[in-house]
Design a protein around this ligand. Structure first.
Ligand code: ZN
Length: 67
């Protein structure tokens, strides 16, 4: 757990069974991936646990927060 970049909230781990992320090259589907979610503002940190995110090598959290 760590402090949210955008507010005073705490980022909590959340394991997703299956999640499709929109990526610049298309959609990427991740299974059983652990991400971080702020318990106050809800901002998601997709690189919270890179070890379970096989192809994560870019700033998804940055990209997605601009949506
Ligand atoms: Zn936050």
């Amino acid at each position: 757990m760590y402090r949210c970049e955008y507010c005073e909230g705490t980022v909590q781990p959340l394991t997703l069974k299956r999640e499709a992320f929109k990526h610049r090259d298309g959609f990427v589907i991740l299974e059983d991936v652990t991400i971080g979610v702020c318990d106050t503002c809800g901002n998601r940190y997709y690189c919270a646990d890179i070890s379970s995110c096989g192809s994560c090598c870019c700033n998804w959290s940055e990209t997605l927060s601009k949506n």
